[in-house]
Design a protein around this ligand. Structure first.
Ligand code: ADP
Ligand code: MG
Length: 699
C-alpha cells in the first residue's frame, strides 16, 4: 500500500472536510497533513493512572476517576446556581460541579453510564468536589487517555466553531493511525548515533503521544537539535559560499603608519581584548577575501581606538577608509578623537555631514576623488551618490543597529571590488543569538573594559523622594561634575512625554537657580540640538535634560550622574546604553532609576538587574529571558531564513552551540570528501530554504 502524502490538503483527513479545513488553514496555519503533525501540544497531562475515590486528598493536582453519575441536582440561586452530578466508583461519592453550561451538560451526560472523569479535587462541604471536569465515555478510551494526554492551543475563534484541543487530539490520532510508514529521517546516521538521538519518526509521534515524561524530553531535544542544526548549517553554508565568491583587497602590510602610531602615539596601552580584535581583523584583511565583520563591545570598551587602528592598516596598504556614524554629534566626536590621536602624523581626516556645505564640501569631495583625503568621517551624508573615493578599502559603520541593511549596503556598492566592512555595535547580543542572527558576519567581541573603570553605582529611587535625589545631584555638581536627566519619548504619547520633559526642566530650574541647564529633544531643530549638546560637552552647562536622543555614543567624561526618569518605561538594553554615558572618567559615577511605587513584576526585575550588574552581556542574556529573542534591538534584520517551531534561541543556547559545532564539522568534511550519508542533510536544507539569500545584493 502506498504511503500517505503528507503534503495532501488537510481537508482530506477523515474528520476535517472543507469547512474545518479552511478554518485550520486560516486560523492555525495548518494546511497539510504534515502541518498537523508539526502542530505540537503545549503541554501533556499524565492520565496513565485511574484513582479510587477513597485515595483522594486535598493537595492532588489532577486526578482521573472511573465510575458513574448516580443523579443530577441543581443547587443554589443567582450566580451561585450550579449543576451537581453525584458521582461514584462504588466507594465514596464525589460531586461534579458546573456553574456554566448547565443545560448543555445535563443533556450531554447520563446517569448510570461508565465515565472517565478528570479534574482537580477540592474538599468542601464534607466531600470531594471537582469543578468543570473533563468527562469521556469510558468505552471511547483513546490511545492518549491511557498515558500522557496532549493539550493543543486553539484560538478562540476556532473554538467557537467547535474545534478544541480534544478535536485535534482525535485528528492527530487518526493521522498517526493511517501512517503506515515511518516519517522520513532528516539527519544522518552518524549524527543520530553520536548524540544518541531519537529517530524523527519516534520523536514526532512522542511529541503528541509520549509514553513517559522522559520520552517526551528526548523527543523535544531531538527536534530542537534538528531545527537549530539546519539553521546553523544554512548560515554557515551561505557564509562559506559568500567567502568563496566575494574576493577582497589584500592588505598584506602592517606598515609605517600603524607602527608609528602604535609605538609613538598610543595614549594608553591597549587592552588584551582590543589587541586580539585588531589581530582578528588583520587576519581577515590579509586573506584576499572581503572582510565582513561585526565588532561587539560594551559601551566604553574602546571600539573607536580599534576602528582607528584598523583604518591605519588600510592606509598603510594605499587605501582610503570611511567611518559612518548615526548622528552629527557622534561624527564630529570621532573626527575630534581621530585628529587628537593622530597628532602630527601625515594623515588627512575630513568630516562630511549635512552641515558641511559649499566650498568646504567641494574641497572634501575633491580630496576624496584625488585620494588626498585618507579618512572620511561622517553621517549618512557619506553614502550620497556624489561621494566618490579614489581607492576605498575599508568601510566602518558605528552603532550599526541605527542603520538599515540598504543604507549599509550603499556604502560599498558601485565598486568593482567591495571594501572590507566592519560594523560596530554596543548593543550586546548573547553569543548564541549573535551566532544565528549575525551568522552572515564574522563576530569579534571586546569583552574587557579599559582598566581603572569603576562600575557605575546604580540605585532605584521613588518619585516621591525627589528631595534626596536633588540633594545628591547638588553634591556631585558641587564637586565639578555634570549630570544627565533623561526622559522617555515614545511615539504614541509624544505630547505627554514632551510635557513631562518640560515640567522636569522647569522643576530643575527652580531647584537649581544657580546652575545652567541644557535641554535636548527630538522635536528641536538639529542646529539647536547640536548647540545644546555642545554647551554640555564643553562644560558650560552642568545639567542636560534630554530624551533618548543622547542614547548613542556621546562622550562627556566629566558627567558622572545619570538620572533616568520613568525608568519603568525603558527596556533593559536602553537603560544599559543610557547608563553607559557615565562612568567614563576616573570618578565614581551614579545612575539613578526613578519610578513610581506601582510597578509590575517584570519592571521590578529589570530594575533589579540594573542595580546588580553593569555587564552588558549579562544584561542582554537577562533581557532575552524576559522578552524573548525576537524583540531584541537590532535583530529584526535577522539571518534566520526559516521559522523556529520548537527551539528557543534564548533558552536553548547550549543546543545552539552543539548544533553549530556539528554543522561546522559537516561542512568542513564535505569540502574534503562529500559523504553519501549527508545527502539527506542537503536535501532537507533545500526543502527548508529553497531560495538562499543572494549575497551580491547585500555586500
Ligand atoms: P565605545 O566602545 O563605547 O565606542 P570609546 O571608543 O568611546 O568606547 O572609548 C571609551 C573611552 O575609553 C574613551 O575615552 C577612550 O579614550 C578610552 N579608552 C579606549 N581604550 C582604552 C584603553 N585601552 N585604556 C584606557 N582607556 C581607553
Ligand atoms: Mg562608540
Amino acid at each position: 500500500m502506498p504511503g500517505i502524502d503528507l503534503n495532501a490538503d488537510i481537508k482530506f483527513l477523515p474528520g476535517v472536510g472543507p469547512q474545518r479545513g479552511k478554518l485550520l488553514k486560516e486560523q492555525m496555519n495548518i494546511s497539510t497533513l504534515g502541518d498537523l503533525l508539526l502542530y505540537y501540544p503545549y503541554k501533556h497531562i499524565d492520565r496513565s493512572r485511574v484513582y479510587h475515590t477513597y485515595e483522594l486528598s486535598g493537595d492532588m493536582p489532577f486526578v482521573q476517576l472511573r465510575g458513574q453519575i448516580l443523579s443530577f441536582t441543581v443547587e443554589g440561586v443567582g450566580r451561585k446556581r450550579r449543576l451537581v452530578g453525584h458521582f461514584t466508583d462504588g466507594h465514596e461519592v464525589v460531586d461534579l460541579v458546573w456553574f456554566n453550561g448547565i443545560d448543555y451538560t445535563r443533556r450531554n451526560y447520563r446517569e448510570h453510564v461508565d465515565y472517565i472523569v478528570f479534574g482537580k479535587p477540592t474538599f468542601f462541604g464534607g466531600r470531594f468536589n471537582i469543578t468543570h471536569p473533563d468527562i469521556d465515555p469510558a468505552d471511547s478510551l483513546m490511545l492518549s487517555t491511557m498515558g500522557m494526554q496532549p493539550y493543543y492551543s486553539v484560538p478562540d475563534k476556532v473554538k467557537k466553531r467547535g474545534i478544541n484541543s480534544r478535536t485535534l487530539e482525535h485528528l492527530t490520532n487518526n493521522l498517526f493511525g493511517m501512517l503506515k510508514e515511518a516519517l522520513p529521517e532528516t539527519l544522518s546516521p552518524s549524527i543520530i548515533g553520536r548524540f544518541g538521538l531519537m529517530s524523527r519518526d519516534e520523536a514526532i509521534r512522542a511529541m503528541h503521544y509520549p509514553k513517559s515524561a522522559q520520552q517526551l524530553s528526548q523527543a523535544t531535544y531531538r527536534l530542537k537539535f534538528e531545527e537549530l542544526f539546519f539553521v546553523q548549517l544554512n548560515i554557515l553554508k551561505t557564509t562559506q559560499e559568500r567567502q568563496k565568491r566575494v574576493s577582497g583587497y589584500l592588505f598584506s602590510r602592517v606598515g609605517q603608519l600603524f607602527n608609528d602610531f602604535y609605538y609613538h602615539h598610543l595614549p594608553f596601552p591597549l587592552t588584551e581584548a582590543q589587541k586580539r580584535v585588531i589581530r582578528e581583523m588583520h587576519g581577515d584583511m590579509k586573506t584576499g577575501r572581503q572582510m565582513n565583520r561585526l565588532l561587539q563591545g560594551d559601551v566604553g570598551s574602546g571600539k573607536t581606538m580599534v576602528a582607528l587602528m584598523t583604518i591605519l592598516i588600510a592606509l598603510d596598504n594605499g587605501f582610503q577608509a570611511v567611518i559612518m556614524a548615526p548622528t552629527e554629534i557622534l561624527a564630529e566626536q570621532h573626527l575630534a578623537t581621530f585628529q587628537q590621536l593622530l597628532g602630527d602624523m601625515p594623515v588627512r581626516v575630513e568630516l562630511l555631514t549635512g552641515t558641511v556645505k559649499g566650498k568646504r564640501r567641494k574641497a572634501v569631495l575633491e580630496g576624496l576623488e584625488a585620494g588626498d583625503v585618507h579618512i572620511l568621517v561622517g553621517t549618512h551624508a557619506v553614502i550620497e551618490d556624489n561621494v566618490k573615493f579614489k581607492r576605498l578599502g575599508l568601510a566602518i559603520i558605528d552603532e550599526q543597529h541605527r542603520f538599515g541593511v540598504a543604507q549599509r549596503g550603499k556604502l560599498w556598492s558601485g565598486y568593482d571590488m567591495p571594501p572590507h566592512v566592519l560594523v560596530m555595535t554596543a548593543t550586546p547580543i548573547p553569543r548564541t543569538l549573535a551566532m544565528t542572527v549575525y551568522g552572515d558576519l564574522d563576530v569579534s567581541v571586546i569583552d574587557e573594559l579599559p582598566p581603572g573603570r569603576k562600575p557605575v553605582k546604580t540605585l532605584h529611587q521613588y518619585d516621591e523622594r525627589r528631595n534626596s535625589l536633588y540633594h545628591e545631584l547638588r553634591t556631585q555638581i558641587g564637586q565639578g561634575r555634570q549630570a544627565y536627566v533623561v526622559y522617555p519619548l515614545i511615539k504614541e504619547s509624544e505630547r505627554i512625554d514632551l510635557k513631562n520633559l518640560e515640567d522636569g526642566y522647569e522643576q530643575l530650574r527652580q531647584a537649581f537657580p544657580d546652575l545652567r541647564i541644557s535641554k535636548v529633544h527630538g522635536k528641536m531643530k538639529p542646529s539647536e540640538k547640536d548647540e545644546q549638546m555642545r554647551l554640555f560637552a564643553s562644560g558650560e552647562t552642568q545639567i542636560l535634560v534630554a530624551t533618548t536622543v543622547i542614547e548613542v555614543g556621546v562622550n562627556v567624561p566629566n558627567a558622572s550622574v545619570m538620572i533616568i526618569e520613568n525608568a519603568d518605561r525603558f527596556g533593559l538594553a536602553q537603560l544599559h546604553q543610557l547608563r553607559g554615558r557615565v562612568g567614563r572618567g576616573a570618578d565614581q559615577s551614579y545612575c539613578i532609576l526613578v519610578t513610581g511605587y506601582n510597578l509590575g513584576q517584570d519592571t521590578r526585575r529589570r530594575i533589579q538587574i540594573m542595580t546588580e550588574t553593569c555587564d552588558g552581556f549579562e544584561i542582554a542574556e537577562e533581557d532575552m529571558k524576559l522578552r524573548g529573542p525576537g524583540d531584541l534591538e537590532g535583530t529584526q534584520q535577522s539571518g534566520i531564513a526559516f521559522e523556529l517551531h520548537i527551539a528557543n534561541l534564548g533558552k536553548d543556547g547550549q543546543i545552539v552551540q552543539q548544533a553549530r559545532d556539528v554543522a561546522k564539522e559537516v561542512l568542513a568534511r564535505e569540502s574534503v570528501c562529500p559523504a553519501a550519508e549527508n545527502t539527506v542533510l542537503w536535501q532537507r536544507l533545500r526543502e527548508l530554504n529553497p531560495n538562499p539569500m543572494d549575497w551580491s545584493q547585500i555586500s
